[in-house]
Design a protein around this ligand. Sequence first.
Ligand code: QVW
Ligand code: ZN
Length: 327
Amino acid sequence: MAECFQTETENKKRFTIPLKQIPRFSVNDSQANALINSREPVIITDTHLVSSACNWDLDYLSRHIGDGLFTVYRSKSHKFKYYSDKKSLAIKEFTPPTSQEEMPFQEFVNLIKSHPKSSSERIYLQQALNNSVGPKIVEQFVNFNWSYVTGLQRSNNWGPLTSNLLLVGMPGNVTPVHYDEQENMFAQIRGSKRLVLFNPDQFENLYPYPVHHPHDRQSQVDLDNPDLNRFPNVTRLCGYEGVVGPGEVIYIPMYWWHQVESMTDSEENISVNFWYMAGNNEKIEYPLSAQQKVSMTRNIEKMILQALNDADEVAPFMRMMVLGRYT
Ligand code: QVW
Ligand code: ZN
């Protein structure tokens, strides 16, 4: 018994997920667009997508961003795992891993500046840019390289832009591995971020929460300390990693898994993302793509829950349908 246990721990320690480098190309290199067109991740340099905002830092933003309210998350650890407020109401035993408050930008800056180095509590501002921002910021926003992203939107048949999320975090903040149902051109302004990406075909190796769960679209796996007993397929994972620095952009294709880590190379870390809705030009070819299968899985899960009208009935129903029949 003791021997078995030891081997287990050793295996856990030795296990690392194999990661390839995310390709990096200049916007002038046709290979950048080729990867975007084939829905593969790429880090793109020289886009000047957010060059107009290269002077953004805490002081500049607090002077010019206006007195609108910003959503700030607090976490007792370095992890900021997203949860849906709406879905958390339906689940009795759910304790949110972060708390959320609305405050003026100024107040957020005060919190960061007075933050004791010894404290394990961290904060992360995540707010869609809106029309409450001051005139200087409006001008810089208008001067984003819109023709670049609009060109991509057209040539790849993405839907409309849904939002530009402004992300201001502390070094070390981590957004744990999840996928989004939108195309993402993610632009780095200050500091750098390390991204770990996985193809949508890694679905069964990442064990996403059920669709009705507040952590829908998030992996149940803690990549820093995976529980291989609960999630044995984690040993089959293989992915990509890369670092985006100021002025660089990464394309995160819809349904691609990503974990994002603010690196400790700057006092604050600032990014703006460009989220686009899915296009509706999908032609159906067989076999279906991993993206299409993820989308289909989501729809089936939603349909079963809606029909049964009780989250607790979903798993027994699915087992009844599959076990001993399709297995
Ligand atoms: C990060 C992300 C962001 C990751 C967080 C959005 C709330 C995305 O842009 O920079 O921490 O996941 O899709
Ligand atoms: Zn995301």
